[in-house]
Design a protein around this ligand. Structure first.
Ligand code: CTP
Ligand code: MG
Length: 229
């Protein structure tokens, strides 16, 4: 059973803004995505890496592949309008058997701990899927007309990536979503929609998605000699 990492990296970071998409911003002379790719390159459980990107991203990723000797990075494919389109483009280019595993991981989650990845892949091999999630730690409120109301925290999960599924089932879920014109923000929502069970695997606060300027500060403080923001 092979495991291929699918890394969507075709976003334009509208919430951060600026000229350079967050995945290509440099920290210690290394692009943020170089940190992400390193985790998959170094995992003995990952066989191959496919990145979806666009524009100058193609050259940047090729450069990183050469510079950091990313021997597992086999394909750099064109991204799409939405994250879902980017992942679908990469899945279509993946040369996988139906029972092989596709591990989709956001380029913007650059500090995925190696043990979270290892546990998720191992569990996906056993259980058929692995959705990396973190249990909510704070009290969770939602706004009603009368003011804040609260939900049972023990039932709240922060959904992260990697999201690991059997290739055949994931392609079926994607094909069904496209047939209905349905878009989701992650793979697990497509899998649930298609009626597949999704096994939850333990995530980490370190596996946060760099989404805002504040996240760039957090990231830079977590890496050795990170840039002072
Ligand atoms: N992504 C992608 N293709 C898109 C949109 C997003 O491959 N059309 C990728 C991003 O590059 C990122 C991941 O999906 O690694 C998670 O998306 P997000 O954090 O939302 O990044 P952006 O879409 O770039 O940011 P924003 O939503 O603020 O514009
Ligand atoms: Mg986005």
């Amino acid at each position: 059973m092979r495991t291929v990492a699918i890394i969507p990296a075709a976003g334009s970071s509208t919430r951060i803004g600026g000229d350079v998409p967050k995945q290509f911003m440099k920290f210690n002379d290394r692009e943020l995505i170089a940190y992400t790719l390193e985790v998959f390159q170094n995992s003995p459980l990952v066989d191959e890496i496919i990145v979806a990107t666009s524009g100058t991203g193609h050259e940047i990723i090729s450069e990183i592949r050469k510079r950091e000797n990313l021997t597992k990075l086999t394909k750099i494919v064109e991204g799409g309008k939405e994250r879902q389109d980017s992942v679908y483009n990469a899945l279509k280019e993946a040369d996988l058997a139906v029972d092989d595993l596709a591990a989709v991981h956001d380029a913007a989650r650059a500090l995925l701990p190696a043990e979270v990845l290892a546990k998720a892949v191992t569990e996906a091999k056993e259980k058929g899927s692995a959705l990396v999630c973190m249990k909510a730690r704070d009290t969770i409120g939602y706004l009603e007309f009368t003011g804040l109301d609260y939900i049972d925290r023990s039932k709240v999960y922060i959904v992260q990536t990697p999201q690991i599924f059997r290739y055949g089932e994931l392609m079926d879920a994607f094909n069904k979503a496209y047939a209905a014109g349905w878009y989701g923000t992650d793979e697990s929502s497509l899998m649930r929609r298609a009626g597949y069970p999704v096994h939850i695997s333990e995530g980490s606060a370190l596996n946060f998605k760099v989404t805002t300027k504040e996240d760039l500060q957090i990231f830079s403080k977590l890496i050795p000699d990170g840039l002072p923001f």
